[in-house]
Design a binder for this molecule. Structure first.
Ligand code: NAP
Length: 435
């Protein structure tokens, strides 16, 4: 496919191959953008920022609504490409497309609700008889840098709101999965987006990404990706506007009294969806001693029964990791944990980029598979004796994205939510069964 720059689709003799994570075969190629391409995109998008800020709210809303309708109409085409380039199962890919339609719809609705407020200046004696108000204005030119795992919906989490608020955009999709981002760019242009309001540049993050985030003509950077790259961007960006969504080694707690019939399938889904490559994938599980054996007895057969294979096969539950190198890295981490005394009670093997769904027990908290982001189909199950011990385990992390608790005690769930140091805590509380 071509990339989109300064109002035109363009190619380059310098290409990057896009490979199927499942077969390893080349499915397409994209241009490798140069710094000269980036310069053209920035200069054009700066001019477009002036045009976008004059585009009325109803028009921005209409473009996004039309985009949602068009995406819905071509959902299967997008889902097939997603499954091929990411390796997520076709069912997961369809789920991402339908969420993306919602993201576009929500962005379209929000385009009409961006307004300021009046401020009661006379709250202080020095400003009696004065009225204050503020208006929201576009930031200007937004650089959007997205990760490989949700290359449609997470691109839209950035591009949708940026357009809704009247900004121009330079999008840099992940190099492993750039195809749906380019398809989306085409769709938004067909939906009526002004031709220079968006640029989609394909190229290595370490080259064009580095230059993009540090350029003073970029008014805002929105980045979703790893902690490591996030740190680098923050250092290069300095005081410039920047929002980031980074990674995690998310944990959940299973309390005595939790409904295991519901908790175990949820944990299996949380651990192995998209081969564990979701920012809030369940990675560490803290199970109360009294139900630890019972929990494992239920977990193990459910993990073993997951069908792993071709993501385009409708019956497959889990596809490959994004690359063979990623699977090799995850296998090394499993080996490191096992060498230090852990047991792989399920899995621990690999064929190409397909890592077996793996369950590890007796893992040292210092093992990478516990303290780093595994981003792989691996669950680390820990035995704990009290809620305090479980919370201490959850909080023993440099990450802080998400956690969860399964319990039958709502007070306990809120107590944990207050003490767990993550941005969000999912609570599954089953106090009684309505049958
Ligand atoms: P990544 O390696 O950090 O890459 C993310 C994006 O940053 C890619 O487009 C990458 O380009 C680009 N990039 C790399 N180096 C850069 C640099 N020096 N300057 C600017 N951009 C640069 O992450 P990933 O492997 O694609 O995605 C997985 C990570 O994303 C995980 O850590 C996951 O938890 C996180 N994530 C977080 C959320 C959330 O909402 N919190 C959601 C999804 C994923 P290239 O592909 O060309 O290297």
């Amino acid at each position: 496919m071509k990339m989109y720059k300064a109002g035109a689709w363009c190619d380059s003799p310098d290409k990057m191959e896009v490979r199927s994570p499942y077969s390893g075969g080349v499915i397409d190629s994209v241009p490798r953008a140069s710094l000269a391409d980036l310069e053209e995109a920035i200069s054009s998008a700066r001019d477009a920022a002036g045009e976008m800020c004059r585009l009325p709210a109803y028009e921005r809303s209409r473009i996004l609504r039309t985009g949602a309708e068009m995406l819905e109409a071509s959902a299967e085409r997008f889902a097939q490409t997603l499954a091929s380039e990411v390796g997520k199962t076709i069912r997961e890919a369809r789920g991402e497309v339908s969420r993306s339609v919602e993201t576009l719809r929500l962005s379209s609705e929000e385009a009409k609700r961006i307004h300021g407020e009046t401020v009661p200046f006379d709250a202080g004696p020095v400003a009696v008889n004065k009225v204050g108000f503020y208006m929201r204005v576009p930031v200007g030119l937004v650089a959007a840098i997205s990760p490989f795992n949700f290359p449609l919906n997470l691109v839209l989490h950035k591009v949708g709101p940026a357009i809704a608020a009247g900004n121009s955009v330079i999008l840099k999709p992940a190099s492993a999965t750039p195809l749906v981002a380019l398809m989306l760019t085409e769709l938004l242009l067909e939906a009526g987006l002004p031709p220079t309001a968006i640029n989609a540049l394909t190229g290595p993050g370490g080259e064009i990404g580095d230059a993009l985030v540090a350029d003073p003509r970029i008014d805002m950077v929105t980045f979703t990706g790893s902690l490591e790259v996030g740190r680098r961007i923050a250092a290069r960006r300095g005081l410039g506007k920047l929002t980031m969504e980074l990674g995690s080694n998310s944990a959940c707690i299973v309390m005595q009294g939790a409904d295991l019939d519901r908790a175990v399938p949820k944990i299996v889904r949380g651990g192995y969806a998209l081969a564990g490559q979701v920012c809030i994938s369940v990675q560490r599980v803290y199970v109360l001693d009294a139900i630890y054996d019972q929990f494992l007895e239920r977990l193990i057969p459910q993990v073993r029964s997951l069908k792993v294979g071709d993501p385009l096969d409708e019956t497959v539950d889990m596809g490959p990791m994004v690359t063979e190198e990623a699977a090799v890295r995850a296998l090394d981490w499993i080996a490191e944990a096992v060498d230090a005394g852990a047991t792989a009670v399920v899995g621990g093997g690999r064929a190409r980029a397909l890592l077996e769904p793996t369950v590890l027990t007796d893992v040292s908290p210092e093992a990478k598979v516990s303290c780093e982001e595994a981003f792989a189909p691996i669950l680390v199950v820990n035995r704990v004796h009290t809620l305090d011990e479980a919370i201490a385990g959850v909080n023993d992390s440099k990450y802080g994205l998400q956690a969860g608790i399964f319990t039958n005690d709502i007070g306990q769930a809120f107590d944990a939510a207050r003490r767990i140091e993550t941005g969000g805590v999912m609570m599954r509380v089953v106090c009684f069964d309505l049958g």
